[in-house]
Design a protein around this ligand. Structure first.
Ligand code: MV4
Length: 587
């Protein structure tokens, strides 16, 4: 077994892994960016190493800094969590080269499942079908028309090297084929650098049902059960549950066996998830996620298995400790993702800031996996998942009621959260009946009616000031870096220095409230300008798009807040902007 695991991640998933490693008697090593110096995962780990930097690229994606932390700590294994390096085969190979075990699948399996066409071919070879369609790259729109005429409309055009719905177009008739193909290829080229597309029959009311699998190094592979993640908005999951509602046991069995076949076909090891679309009693392979997923706790709650413990044991070379027949599922689990986003008006705008109050729910069958406590700050630079609330009940309706009860006692102030949206969704008849689909959330009127004002934080930030001082440890001089609250510096003997600029804090949610009507058009969130629609001297009407901001994997139109003449354009395509930055001035 490993002696020391470095967790190359942050937030709730780093906390999640640290907890299990500690329970197994394994030492834990955290890594952190400058902004996460006092984050919960750092506080809980046995040791912590600075990566430096603020953005993900500067810190959690800084290979050299992580390799250095591995060397300094002497960790013999690394858990990547999800995101960041979890599906990066160059990184997995780089740590293997210095003798550190990557707690995850082999790089070859990650590569096979990394693109849509090769994963679809791998699944089909294993006898598991995707939605009826082609595995060849589309050469002309005539192929789309021929396919639609043969299999029926609508047809989905998808990016071969994409994901998350980008580069996907729904074609309803022959007349739409040409424009849709061109538009899909353009978006794929822009998003993924490759325009290749393929097509499938488009399912109009599918559910997203995924199957958790595990494989060891000795040819054993099992499925643990499915999760229904249909309740999502723009590919951001809001509610996940297991078992899937209205899901016959024969289908579960067949899907589980199909998932194991896919895993075996690609030489899979460790934890993986095979995603399917489910409609009218049939399921179709979509893709395989070669990592531990955010929603893994619902599987843990119904199987009573610790998936992180299993991951660590398998990576350490232990065989799966049970056979397929020994896996038992009982009851029903529901998870909601608590994101620092403001669902007001159905917009779900990022809401970073300091969590000034966080009262966690409790009680029988209630589990909170959070990466933050009261007083911690959610940075604009990372994923804004504060944590997950997971409940277990003997059946779906009791779990649903327990979730509403638990959400009712949860209090979060300082940042807005998605909780009001989840409360509304959990009360909708379609959710209660389990007749919703992946297209449902966007149609629920109650979501657009949410008026949650952000609970503002009135605490004044006391920025930390960095000081290098000389200290003596057992008589030996060492240079020590201290981070001291600015307010405590006044009367001290430490040298005075200009205070660190306070982190950009956004108060102007909802499309640049700070500039409303002023003509100073600001962006509501951090992102990249992908298009500028106006030039100096142009006449604009209020509501005209002045530029397109790409943020949170989506394009957002930035609108003129008043009519007038453009007097300044401060950005060009490719520029990165921060929350509240002014992009265009209208006079
Ligand atoms: C589909 C589909 C319907 N028919 N394919 C979107 C992202 C990508 N991973 C697959 N996606 C879909 N593919 C066919 N042939 C509907 C979706 C889809 C979806 C799938 C899973 C989870 C959420 C979704 C939301 C919208 C559309």
């Amino acid at each position: 077994m490993f002696k020391k695991i470095l967790i190359a991640n942050r937030g709730e998933i780093a906390v999640r892994v640290i907890r299990t490693a500690k329970e197994m008697g394994i030492a834990t090593v955290a890594v952190y960016s400058d902004l996460d110096r006092e984050a919960l995962h750092v506080r809980l780990a046995d040791e912590a190493y600075s990566l430096g930097g603020e953005t993900a690229a500067e810190s959690y994606l800084n290979t050299e800094a992580i390799l250095n932390a591995l060397k300094l700590s002497g960790a013999d294994a690394l858990h990547p969590g999800y995101g960041f390096y979890s599906e990066n085969t160059d990184f997995a190979r780089a740590i293997a080269e210095i003798g550190v075990t990557f707690i995850g699948p082999p790089p070859e399996a990650i590569e096979v499942m990394g693109d849509k066409i090769s994963s679809r071919i791998a699944a089909e070879k294993a006898g598991v079908n995707g939605v009826p369609g082609t595995v060849e790259v589309i050469k002309s729109h005539e192929e789309v028309i021929a396919f639609g005429e043969e299999y029926g409309w609508p047809v989905a055009i998808k990016a071969a090297y994409g994901g998350g719905g980008r580069g996907m177009r729904v074609v309803n008739s022959a007349a739409e084929a040409k424009d849709a193909l061109e538009s899909a290829q353009r978006e794929a080229e822009k998003a993924f650098g490759r325009s290749e597309s393929y097509m499938e029959r488009y399912l109009t009311w599918p559910r997203h049902v995924e199957m958790q699998v595990f494989a060891d190094n000795y040819g054993n592979a099992v499925w643990l059960g499915e999760r229904d993640c249909s309740c999502q908005r723009r590919h951001q999951k809001l509610i996940e549950e297991s078992p899937a509602p209205n899901f016959p046991d024969e289908v579960r069995q067949a899907m589980g066996e199909a998932a194991v076949k896919v895993a075996k076909a690609c030489g899979y090891r460790n934890a993986g998830t095979v995603e399917f679309l489910f409609q009218d009693g049939d399921f179709y392979f979509l893709e395989m996620n070669t990592r531990l997923q955010v929603e893994h706790p619902v599987t843990e709650m119904v199987t009573s298995l610790d998936l992180v413990e299993l991951q660590i044991k398998i990576a350490a070379g232990e065989p799966l400790p049970f056979t397929q027949d020994e896996i038992k599922r009982h009851g029903h689990a529901i998870e909601i993702r608590i994101n620092a986003e403001d669902p007001a008006g159905g917009k779900f705008l990022p809401s970073p800031g300091k969590i000034t109050k966080f009262i966690a729910p409790d009680g029988f069958g209630t589990r909170l996996d959070a990466g933050y406590l009261s007083g911690d700050t959610v940075s604009q630079y990372y994923d804004n998942l504060i944590g997950k609330l997971i409940v277990w009940g003997p059946d779906r309706e009791s779990a649903r009621r327990k979730m509403l009860r638990a959400l009712g006692e949860t209090e979060i102030e300082g940042v807005a959260t998605t909780i009001p949206a989840q409360i509304a969704l959990l009360k909708e008849p379609e959710f209660i009946e389990g007749t919703h689909s992946t297209k449902w959330v966007e149609q629920v009127p109650a979501i657009k009616d949410i008026t949650t004002a952000i609970q503002p934080s009135d605490s004044i930030d006391d920025p930390l000031v960095k000081r290098d001082v000389t200290a003596e440890v057992n008589g030996k001089q060492v240079r020590v870096t201290l981070f001291i609250p600015e307010s405590q510096i006044g009367g001290s003997t430490l040298p005075a220095a200009p205070s660190k600029k306070a982190q950009g804090k956004s108060k102007g949610h909802g499309g640049g409230a700070a500039s409303s009507g002023s003509g100073k058009v600001a962006v509501p969130m951090q992102g990249t300008i992908v298009k500028v629609n106006v030039e100096v001297g142009a006449t604009v009407a209020a509501g005209d798009t002045v530029c397109i901001l790409e943020a949170m994997k989506m394009e957002n139109a930035i609108l003129a807040d008043k009519a007038g003449t453009v007097s300044e354009v401060k950005v060009k395509p490719g520029d990165t902007v921060g929350t509240g930055d002014i992009v265009v001035v209208i006079s």
